[in-house]
Design a protein around this ligand. Sequence first.
Ligand SMILES: NC(=O)c1ccc[n+]([C@@H]2O[C@H](COP(=O)([O-])OP(=O)(O)OC[C@H]3O[C@@H](n4cnc5c(N)ncnc54)[C@H](O)[C@@H]3O)[C@@H](O)[C@H]2O)c1
Length: 294
Amino acid sequence: MSSPGSHPNIRQVFVAGAGIMGGGIAQVVAAAGVSVTLYDVNADAVRGTVEKIRWSLGKLHARGQLAEPVDTVLARVQPATDLAAAAHAQLVIEAVPERESLKRELFTRLDVLCPPEVLFASNTSAIPITQLASATRRPEQFCGLHFFNPVPMLALVEVVRGAATSDATIERATSFVRQIGKEPVLVRRDQTGFIVNRILGAAIGEAIRLLESGQADAADIDKAMRLGCAWKMGPLETADLAGLDVLLHMYEAMQQHEPNPVLAPPALLQQLVASGRLGRKSGGGFHPAARPTA
Ligand SMILES: NC(=O)c1ccc[n+]([C@@H]2O[C@H](COP(=O)([O-])OP(=O)(O)OC[C@H]3O[C@@H](n4cnc5c(N)ncnc54)[C@H](O)[C@@H]3O)[C@@H](O)[C@H]2O)c1
């Protein structure tokens, strides 16, 4: 049921790309009572991700954070390796790897398969929505829906307006975000990095440059932000957790779309990645694998 003034609820979603983000998005959509097709070119990826969703739902259920039995929620997730399944969806959310040509090609195929009223959204982190929308004949029904990892745990979704996105599309997308229990913020201009990655990228970049210049050591930079600004984690700990290679890729992608010294990849980050220090997943980054204490 939709509440007065809101849009009719979406009942069928198609998620393209069954990786970290696509799996998380499919999980929260299904947990909100909505049917979701989880599509990937790789059948093993779909199978593996459905098992990860089962495991994650099981954990939520054990903590009393899932209203229904795991199997009831999981039954709403239909695995697919055939793109034609998109024809039945009201909303398509794309979460394939961050390569513009790949995303554009997929959207062009989806545009042929899906009826004109179907809403298209991309989970891209850095590629301008306007450029992706131009691969379709429905740029006014195209927006960004930028989720955060891990999707089941983080409430935020950035709703991004492309140059041609209509008000109706923004309203439908925002209403959908609320329908699945997430919190929308509206990104009014289609600028690379949207809100969170720009601010986080600037802060982490400055922390790395302070470390590089000898202003303070890594433990004190993080301690300063935790105790001085009530951050849950310091910027360098955040970088280690995200993965230094992932972070470097984010800076490079933002730089490609908008040359900006504030968001330039810091030299020390490039050196660490080149030397194989990728953060917690590789046993160390700015900090050794064990977290520092305040
Ligand atoms: N990982 C994050 O923290 C994060 C956060 C926000 C946004 N994003 C964005 O989300 C998108 C996906 O990132 P991810 O980390 O989930 O990637 P991932 O590598 O974990 O998953 C991508 C999946 O897409 C599949 N795929 C490749 N080509 C395909 C095609 N043509 N059609 C269908 N599936 C295809 C792959 O097999 C893989 O399973 C990227 O645009 C990324 O920038 C990632």
